[in-house]
Design a protein around this ligand. Structure first.
Ligand code: 5GP
Ligand code: ZN
Length: 112
């Protein structure tokens, strides 16, 4: 499958994982938007939040628990933002579900 995140997960593309377990990997975004910008990516290839339902939604809770742990380890005691871009209007550019963990500066609201 021609999916860049599957290739990263399968180590076909070498990348440094900040965190890995049996369900998710965490690595730095290539184009960081803040001093800390990590991607938390489920290992299962799910295209977007459109495909999250009652049978597979446990992964989302796990992602948030991992975000809490990784945020603490990344010095984000003052807070952070978790973002999921879903499909075209959401600004999704990689069609493998992922969650941005962004911090290290004051976030703006509303987002652009
Ligand atoms: P999206 O726009 O789909 O919400 O987020 C995709 C993110 O993946 C973007 O922030 C982009 O910078 C990042 N990205 C795209 N390709 C790569 C890659 O090959 N390696 C890493 N580390 N990040 C990537
Ligand atoms: Zn994938």
């Amino acid at each position: 499958m021609d999916c860049i995140f599957c290739k990263i997960i399968n180590k076909e593309i070498p990348s440094e994982f900040i965190y890995e377990d049996d369900k998710v990997v965490v690595f730095k975004d290539l184009n960081p938007q803040a001093p800390v910008h990590l991607l938390i990516v489920p290992k299962e290839h799910i295209e977007s939040n459109e495909y999250i339902n009652e049978s597979n939604s446990d992964i989302v809770g796990h992602v948030f628990a991992v975000a809490n742990k990784v945020a603490k380890e990344s010095g984000l005691e003052n807070g952070y933002r978790i973002v999921n871009n879903c499909k075209e209007d959401g600004g999704q550019s990689v069609n493998h579900i992922h969650f941005h963990l962004i911090g290290g500066r004051q976030m703006l609201w509303p987002p652009g």
